[in-house]
Design a protein around this ligand. Sequence first.
Ligand SMILES: Nc1ncnc2c1ncn2[C@@H]1O[C@H](COP(=O)(O)OP(=O)(O)O)[C@@H](O)[C@H]1O
Ligand SMILES: [Mg+2]
Length: 510
Amino acid sequence: MVVQINSAGLLGMNAYSVTVEVDFLRALPAFDIVGLPDAAVKESRDRVRYAIKNCGYQFPESRVTVNLAPADVKKAGPMYDLPISLGILIGTGQVACSVEEDLFLGELSLGGEIREVTGVLPMVIYAKQQHYKRVFVPFGNGAEASVVDGIEVYPIQHLNQVISFLEGKISLEPARFVPSLHQDTDFLPDFSEVKGQENAKRGLEIAAAGGHNALLIGPPGAGKSMLAKRMPSILPDMSFEESIEATKIHSVAGLLDPEHPLVTARPFRAPHHTVSPAGLSGGGMIPRPGEISLAHHGVLFLDELPEFSRAAMEVLRQPMEDGKVTISRVNGSLTYPCSIMVIAAMNPCPCGYFGHPTRACTCSSERVAKYLSRVSGPLLDRLDLHIDVMPVEFRQITSTRPAESSAEIRGRVNEARKLQQERFSGSGISSNARITPGRLQEFCPMEKSARDLLQNAFDRMGLSARGYERIVKVARTIADLDHQEVIGPQHIAEAIQYRSLDRKYWYRQK
Ligand SMILES: Nc1ncnc2c1ncn2[C@@H]1O[C@H](COP(=O)(O)OP(=O)(O)O)[C@@H](O)[C@H]1O
Ligand SMILES: [Mg+2]
């Protein structure tokens, strides 16, 4: 007889159905699993065999073949231990129950304990879409799985426990979760601690309000890292959908906190500059989302930008534009979402003092040029706001006047986002930064004088089409912060100012 148990697999963020088929033949005892990568098969076979014995059952004295259908997709991960064991126990008549409406996920220890696996949230969402009645998940994944309503989620600790439940010998309560979007921002570093730097703060407020990328450039000790690390405190609230999307990625990466299974604060990822291209983009034997996807709906902070490898910077370009990253693999490709804001920080030269108001730079002009050229033109172009961060003066540092708090800034950011939500309702666009070229005119109406100013700057600054679009989108956000539907010349003028720094540093007149 052939027994079938329902399970699921993941390709990128997309779950698909996996049927565990167990077949028994009267032949010399053997145990084969097809449909898993070679190394994983061996480990899974051992765990299943021992777990069955250690739970007090017999491992069959026949030829057992497990097929994980569809067989042509190599499945990753150890989550099939549980469904395979149940298939064997049901097929040999040692356990009597019906499981047609159930889906099972879980790794086993040799003793039969059920261990956590990654990617449970997207698989439970899938199980619900497929109208399964119940889903059985490892206890450690119970919190994230319970985020999904409309399906009974049973977090389980042991193979014996799930068997007793399936046979009706014990009762279990399905997990319940009351989603809370409350975000505790009190413990975050606050902008009020940064003295002066009004320009830089304004730039970061605009970035947060419209989802724009920003580059902070200036000498060491000017406060670039300090400013960037305060971004989380002014990022706009997350919608429930955004929360679920971000949680799914953290689930696949195995990075969810069981105490707070739902990601409710926009992610802030700050990979070190030694990060590999794959560490940024994701991938690997058992595919995992990279830093850019872990930052989905939040911020990717790249401190000391020129120190990142050329290859790492190249990897960023397309995903920054597309909001998704595609990873090629031997057997097809997979995609992870990455709708992110990039905030980068850098010194303008190796010694750090090029362009400093009072200190002399000791680098030769070739060295400066070489250092700056590590950031490629196309990447620079994608950083919408270039913010000059000059060191604050002594009187500002010693000033006792309290600076504006992050809560106040965040209030304005949230208001500007609300305007965007109304504007983009039903269009699939999430923020001003993500306006598609075809809809730029429609969403960015402009006064005539604003258009003239832009035309003038376009000619004078030799802007590219991309540069032009970016200025318009940033001006859109500045107008939103100003509660104006039509973009005025003052909004365009401010937006242009954030594109003039590449002239100070990169494209200097010799
Ligand atoms: N505007 C400022 N207000 C308060 N402290 C500052 C300011 N700028 C710099 N500092 C102090 O100097 C330190 C170094 O700043 P940092 O952000 O690391 O500089 P950078 O990244 O530009 O090299 C900060 O940790 C902070 O203590
Ligand atoms: Mg720094």
